[in-house]
Design a protein around this ligand. Structure first.
Ligand SMILES: [Zn+2]
Ligand SMILES: [Zn+2]
Length: 347
């Protein structure tokens, strides 16, 4: 059991403000509560959207941010069945209600009444956090911490790669070389993809893509994406992933006839003009993908198998007290994945 003490935590205070505050140690209240000692937490574009002014993503004021975290079980509530003190767990932060019309249809990722740890409830930028046991998935300590911390974002990527599966040797074009785009590349590669082509406008991100297994990288600001993709893939890509969220018009032109497109990035206000003709005439499949609660077991299995090592995407590590600086670097496009850890003083 952790000592009773106060902890320092970065709290979302609205209007783009993230404040370090002293809070009491979180306590187990419900039978299914589990107290976790957070080992690491990834920062995400969603956090940036929460901290934007005006906000581009809603969050509860007064909440500790951080929804991509990994921890060790410190204490288990009276109803605990699955995890024990000392277990290492990854956390599915979106807590669906299990009762709404979509939950009852088995579409938990479309839940009408969910709450997310790190957005609506306290999350993993704190050194300790309480989470319900149903959100926890055990993961072996043989998986490096820096790989395991990607479980949450990988679970979202799995939402795309399990719906649009790659066949051995197929070509994949990924639009957007951020962490999500590059994780799509890693998972598709591990699943048997042939040539992987990645586009972006940031040279830094394209360089990281190249180091992480992209066969061809294209700067879409300076090069003719369509011409290069046609040349590299002969007919056009078998699969195109839009990890940006506004590039469907381009994706439709890059896919071969009969190709499949994953629409993954989320930009609520982007309204790109889409050629419906291309979808009909060339029999394209456009698949939307939005996270998913059911992908954690598969993600844990993949990480434990050693098939992918996403830790190569980590470019920055900061203490929770310096999360602000990390967010600034992210805004400036100078980072790939940023990981927050907790030094002993903050515990
Ligand atoms: Zn995230
Ligand atoms: Zn629900």
């Amino acid at each position: 059991m952790a000592p009773i003490q106060n902890i320092m935590v970065p709290v979302f205070m609205g209007e783009g403000r993230l404040e370090m505050q002293e809070r009491p140690m979180p306590q187990i209240k419900n039978p299914d509560d589990v107290l976790l000692r957070v080992e690491a937490c990834g920062l995400c574009g969603t956090d940036l959207n929460i901290l934007a002014v005006p906000p581009a993503h809603k969050a509860e004021v007064g909440t500790v941010l951080g929804h991509e975290f990994i921890g060790t079980v410190e204490a288990v509530g009276a109803g605990g069945k699955y995890v024990r003190e000392g277990d290492r767990v990854v956390i599915a932060p979106r807590l669906h209600c299990n009762q709404c019309r979509y939950c009852r249809r088995g579409l938990a990722n479309q839940c009408e009444d969910y709450k997310t740890l790190g957005i609506h409830l306290d999350g993993g930028l704190a050194p300790y956090v309480v989470a319900p046991e149903r959100a926890l998935y055990k993961i072996s300590r043989d998986v490096a911490l820096d790989d395991a911390v990607f479980a949450e974002v990988l679970s979202c990527v799995f939402g795309g790669t399990t719906r649009v599966q790659v066949n051995a040797g197929e070509s994949v074009v990924i639009l957007g070389a951020g962490p999500v785009g590059l994780l799509f590349g890693m998972v598709y590669r591990a699943s048997g993809a042939g040539k992987i082509i990645v586009t972006d406008v940031a040279p830094f991100r394209l360089a990281v893509a190249k180091q992480n297994g992209a066969d061809v990288v294209i700067n879409s600001r300076e090069q003719d994406v369509e011409a290069i993709v046609k040349e590299e893939s002969a007919l056009g890509a078998d699969i195109v992933v839009d990890a940006v969220g506004s590039l469907l018009p381009q994706a439709l032109k890059l896919a071969r006839r009969g190709g499949r497109i994953v629409s993954f990035g989320l930009q609520p206000h982007a309204l790109p003009p889409v050629s419906q003709y291309l979808i009909s005439r060339y029999e394209l499949t456009v698949q939307g993908a939005f996270g998913g609660a059911n992908h954690f077991p598969g993600v844990v299995q993949m990480l434990e198998s050693g098939m992918i090592h996403p830790s190569t995407l980590i470019t920055h590590r900061v203490a929770a007290a310096n999360a602000h600086e990390a967010f600034n670097a992210m805004r400036a496009g100078e980072t790939m994945k940023v990981i927050v850890t907790h030094d002993e003083q903050s515990r």
